[in-house]
Every structure is written in C-alpha cells, then in structure tokens.
Design a protein around this ligand. Sequence first.
Ligand code: FAD
Ligand code: SF4
Length: 471
Amino acid sequence: MSNDFQFLEVERHDPAKVDVQQRKTQFIEIYTEFQQEQVHQQADRCLDCGNPYCEWKCPVHNYIPNWLELAKQGRIIEAVELSHQTNSLPEVCGRVCPQDRLCEGACTLNDEYGAVTIGNVEKYITDKAISMGWTPDLSKVESRPETVAVIGAGPAGLACADVLARNGIKAVVYDSYQEIGGLLTYGIPAFKLDKGVMQTRRKIFEGMGIEFVLNTHVGTDISFNELATQHQAVFLGMGTYKAMTAGLAGEDAHGIIQALPYLIGNTHEVMGSVDADNPYISLKGKKVVVLGGGDTAMDCVRTAVRQGAERVICAYRRDQANMPGSRREVSNAQEEGVQFNFNQQPVAFEVQDGSVKGVHVVNTEMTEADASGRQGCKAIDGSEHLLEADAVIIAFGFQPSPAPWLESIGVQLDKKGLVIAPNDSDYAYQTSNPKVFAGGDMVRGSDLVVTAIDEGRKAAAAIVDYFDDKK
Ligand code: FAD
Ligand code: SF4
C-alpha cells in the first residue's frame, strides 16, 4: 500500500554504517545493505513531483521517481532495466556520487524533511538484480559491421562501450591497467567502492560482447594509428593524471607524498597486487597532515586512519561550507577521528635532514564570492604556525595530462591541455579529427564519475549517428 504522507511519518534513513571502531581498521564499504522494507519505506517517501528536480539535477537524468516506484513495488528487474536506460554504472553512482550536491540536494523534501535516499536505492536495485541473476538482454539487438576502439576503461570509456554494445556495435576497450575501472578501481578506495563491484561489472560487459585489451598502453604497446586502421571510430576516455603541486620549497623532502600514487599503492596492497610505479606506503604510527579539501583528500585521510596513523589532520584553506568534497564523506571522516583544520593555508614545509617534520600554515578568512559564486579566502597577518607531521599528503587535484601523440593525429587541445570535443556540435563530443570522439576528465577536467558516464554515453550515441550518416 502506498502512503501519500509517508514523508511525514518516516524520516530519511541511510543504511546502517559498520561500527566506527571496526571500519577504522578495514578497507570495506562502510554502509551495510538496505533491506527491502527500508527501500520500500524510503521509496514511498517520494512525492512523485510533476517536474522532478532530482531528475534534472542528476547529470544523466535518471528516471528517479519511476524506478523508486518500481523498487517500492518490488519490481526489481523492471527497475534495473529502467535504470540502465540512462546510466551505465548505477551501482557505482549509487555508492560514490555526491548526492547531497546532486539528486538528493534537489529533492523537494530535502530542506524540511530530509531527501529520499535516492543513491542508496539506486545501488540496491542493481545489486539486488545482479544477485537475482539479471544481465542485460541484448538478444534483440542487431549486430552492425562497425567496430570502435575505446582508449581508457574508466567510467567514460565503459559508458561509451556500454551504449555502443546496446546498439550492436563491437567496442574494444584498451587500458594500461590490469583491471577495468580507471579511478573507480585504482583511485577510489574500497571503503567507498568495493573492488568486487567492478569485477562483477566486467563480467556483465564481457557478456554483452565488449572486449577488453588490458595491460596495454596506447602510444607504446600499440599505436593510435594501428587502432584507427582496425576500427571505424575511436573514443578517448583517458582521464587527467598530472597532480598539482603545492609549489612550496622542500616539496621533494622524504615524507611528502602525492595523493594518487599513495591511494593507488594502497589499493594494490588491498587487492593483493603490486605496482612498481606506485609502491605501497604505510603511514602506521605517523602524524599525518593532508592538504586539500576534495574527494581525493577525504580518501587520503580515511586511508591513513585505516593504516593506523597516530593522528590525521586535514588542513583546508577555505571553510567547511566551501569544501569541494562530498559533505557525506567529510562527516564520515570526522566520525573516524580525522581532525579538520578549516581556514588554514600551507606556506612552507618544515624539513630537517631531508625529511618533513611539519607544515607551516597561516589562518585565513573568507572573502566575497567571485563571479562563479564561490568565496575566496585571504591570509590573516601574523597567524603563521607549525602543524607537526612526519608525513604530508598533497591532494590539490589534477591538471590535464594529454598524451603526446594527440596533436599529431589532429586532435586539438585547449590552452589548459584539455581535449576540445564540444557537446553541442553536429556529433556530440567529436574532436577535430572526425573519426575521434572524447569524453570524461580529459575533456571537462577532473570532475565526477557520473559526468564521465554522461559524456561517454552521449559520445556513443553520436558515434552511432556518425556511422548512420556515412552509410
Ligand atoms: P579515469 O577514471 O581516469 O580513467 C581513465 C583510464 O584511461 C584509466 O584506466 C587509464 O589507465 C586509461 N588510460 C589513460 N591513458 C591511456 C593510454 N595511453 N593507453 C591505455 N589506457 C590509458 N568522483 C565521484 O563522482 N565520486 C567520488 O567519490 C570520487 N572520488 C574520487 C577519488 C579520487 C582519489 C579521485 C582521483 C577521483 C575521484 N572522483 C570521484 C573523480 C572520478 O573518479 C573521475 O572524475 C572519473 O573517474 C573520470 O573518469 P574518466 O573515465 O574520464 O577517467
Ligand atoms: Fe543521484 Fe548520481 Fe544516481 Fe544521478 S547518478 S540519481 S546524481 S546518485
């Protein structure tokens, strides 16, 4: 039975979290599974607004009220089919999207009653369907003669391959790593996204006819021109990997670590593998300071906690309201004992005998918002002081890292090094080389899983149009 006033009677609930003392020592997802009754109750809180703001705010425009209704009725297979009409990795987005800034932030109930727990229901639908043996049914899809090379098995490349497969086009996905997922596998830690999730998804994609060529770096192991000869189009989803530095003296001291190699090394340790380029670094027993306030910084502080660091401080130059990271993850980190020093900006490293001993920081105060609406900050004179540390992690984000061969194949870059692939041209996300499409972080800059998925999907639809028009 449906209850129109459920939102008054039942509060917003997320699934229970694993006990904080236990989760602080383990690399396991911290949310336990939603039970069917909880899904029913949360889905029933949805007002089914005529013009659902959640749907508009979701970058892939998921049919949220519709699949909430199906989940409420226990029609899981219909719900999962509907969910895959707009999203290639709903079980991933349900886990890692910053819902408070996206769908749930826009839910009509959010301010007064608490948003419907959209993300967790999205995750539940796919997890449940997979446990029931669901796989996409492509038996009615007619195969086409064209094939597409996808470079990069991150969310952009995977989403592109998914939509191509659903249109009967063979996608061959190349990646340097030994597993698919890009940052989903090697960047985002297992306490947010269990490593088994992408392994399960790989089997689903392979069942759809998508081929993976892994451990293969395009540009060294195989050339772009070989791919371009073998396939009728190429999609680039190669991400952004050039880490921003602090630009302060002493940054090469022992104990000053870049965020992504640290996280990748830890993920290999968790997965029982080794990556010579990103060795495992243990911060057990160390005093750790993480500089930055985005998702990467949150992942670093919580990884250090799990490694047994003596104490972990996150120093961020703006205030909490202006942090770019998900509020949910900040609160999870706080629960796990991370100390947040807001309005603190690093000005120098304290280095002795080649090893870091701390970070000199100044306090800051917030300034007026700029044209983008985001407030800046300025240093307060005379406020400099030392944060002691024997490990400092720099998590300032990433700059474009375009492959050196892109320009030689006629793919133009903007001044920052991002691939130019407009979404409003005749074929969305087509580059200046008509046969080459691109999406995700290498086009829009370091952003979100769901925006990478959106661009990969739209590029695939444009590739289908491009092939149709060439017939
Ligand atoms: P990537 O995921 O970077 O994938 C690119 C792939 O291309 C990689 O697998 C790489 O090996 C491959 N590749 C590159 N060059 C070549 C080549 N020449 N040959 C073969 N393969 C190549 N977003 C969220 O929404 N929520 C989060 O909680 C979140 N947390 C994050 C935490 C961290 C630590 C980081 C770094 C990012 C996080 N993000 C998060 C951002 C999100 O992961 C990225 O925006 C997203 O993964 C971008 O997808 P992509 O497909 O463009 O690139
Ligand atoms: Fe919300 Fe992300 Fe799912 Fe869209 S994809 S409904 S923004 S969790």
